[in-house]
Design a protein. Structure first.
Length: 432
């Protein structure tokens, strides 16, 4: 059987092990298509990225069997554009944009379910921007499009609202402006006329347990293959860990699956993976959609491998090749797994960073772990890309175990063994 040539937008070293762990990986030959730096650092130009990608693909002498990606904009939108040009499988560009544009996504959710917060647009061009009518404090302000939780701010009063608006005004164009190139390629519905890509969304803050639902759409049928819990640092909106499988009652999981099916049918996704983030409030028994993503989460790949026996990249690859995307279930080595975020909650300089050899030694000594360190030695934390508005990620630590206690013990041992250290620093990187 000949190898399938699969081009991966934003293929980076951290995801190569998981891609190579999918079933039948020996059938696949992975090719990098643009770097993460090209795709997500600095000003984004979609036409330039398309030109670069097409030069790579046009010069390739073999067959182009699939073009895939597991990152947000611009990767998510480049996949359907390139797939259409090169005759590979993907969902439509419109269905991707209905997820990526947070305001349009809310409008689509509103047509399918009641499970969403009150929301509205903030006029950034007004002399005195105001919260949308009917949306109360506390609320979240966020651009319609951003990387991770960049430029997303929780605000509890008018003063914090004005401060957040000024920050979003300053930074919204970096991603919002190039996104308008994508919007121009679509026939937009009346409710999206004049909205554009540089719009700010306000929505009432949600509370409860944060949950992520992963699945895919194949032959018109929406399948949910996993539900994960997301646990924040105490008193913070920043993730401490994702844990799989979810510990919520089965009746709640069934409702989450049902809402997910209705939302994805409304959006019109076909032959693609998805992930939807939710809040479930156990006190009121209310479920609300936080956001819909037009791709699976690469953050969860190892968790599915530890518990189910295959990384979730498996479904993405099979869908792109027109094959059965069914995921194995509970065939992995461990009963539960977690991705931990080791964070620093102040700016600083990474002064002690373990070498790749040291990381490999820790992984060998603590079975069922995988570690990815984020900063380079001497790097200013605020210079790192794709950080949320409140913290800096020092390392991602994946752990598999047969109990939550075992997951915690492995994480604690990894953090202690890493000896990661930062020095507080001034705005220019000088010690303060």
């Amino acid at each position: 059987m000949s190898e399938k040539n699969i081009f991966v937008l934003g293929l980076e070293e951290a995801n190569l092990p998981a891609l190579n762990d999918v079933p039948d990986a020996d059938r696949y030959r992975f090719h990098p298509l643009l770097t993460i730096k090209e795709l997500q650092v600095g000003e984004v130009s979609v036409p330039d990225l398309l030109d670069k990608a097409q030069q790579v693909l046009d010069s390739f002498e073999g067959s182009i069997d699939a073009i895939v990606g597991y990152w947000d904009f611009p990767v998510s939108t480049l996949v359907p554009i390139l797939s259409e040009r090169y005759g590979t499988r993907s969902t439509s560009l419109e269905s991707v944009v209905k997820c990526e544009h947070k305001y349009w996504s809310r409008l689509e959710q509103e047509k399918a379910v009641d499970s969403h917060p009150r929301f509205g647009r903030v006029d950034l061009h007004a002399d005195t921007p105001r919260p949308p009518e009917g949306v109360g404090f506390p609320m979240w302000l966020k651009p319609a499009l951003a990387y991770s939780s960049e430029l997303a701010y929780g605000v509890k009063d008018e003063t914090e609202f004005r401060t957040a608006v000024e920050k979003i005004r300053t930074g919204i164009g970096r991603v919002g402006q190039p996104f308008e190139y994508i919007l121009d390629r679509l026939d937009l519905p009346p409710e999206m006329t004049g909205v554009g890509g540089q719009v700010c969304l306000a929505e009432e803050a949600l509370s409860g347990i944060q949950v992520a639902v992963e699945g895919y759409v194949h032959d018109g049928e929406v399948t949910v293959y996993g539900v994960l819990d997301s646990i924040d640092y105490p008193g913070s909106s920043s993730f401490l860990r994702h844990q799989y499988p979810s510990t919520l009652p089965e009746a709640v999981l069934q409702r989450l699956r049902g809402i997910s099916r209705r939302v994805m049918r409304q959006i019109g996704t076909q032959e693609a993976t998805f992930s939807i983030e939710y809040f479930y409030d156990p006190h009121t028994d209310v479920i609300n959609v936080l956001e819909v993503n037009p791709r699976h989460s690469q953050s969860h790949a190892e968790l599915f491998q530890y518990v189910d026996g295959a990384p979730n990249h498996h479904a993405m690859l099979r869908l792109a090749l027109g094959e059965d995307p069914a995921m194995p279930h509970r065939q992995g080595r461990y009963k539960t797994a977690a991705k931990w975020y080791y964070r620093w909650f102040a700016d600083g300089v990474a002064c002690a960073v373990p070498s790749p050899e040291e990381i490999q030694r820790i992984e060998r000594e603590i079975p069922g772990t995988r570690i990815h360190v984020i900063p380079e030695p001497g790097q200013q934390l605020s210079d790192m890309e794709q950080q949320d508005s409140y913290s800096f990620e020092l390392a991602h630590v994946f752990t598999g175990g047969d109990s939550e206690e075992e997951l915690r013990e492995k994480y604690d041992h990894c953090v202690a063994a890493l000896h990661l250290a930062c020095e507080k620093a001034g705005p220019a990187g000088r010690d303060s």
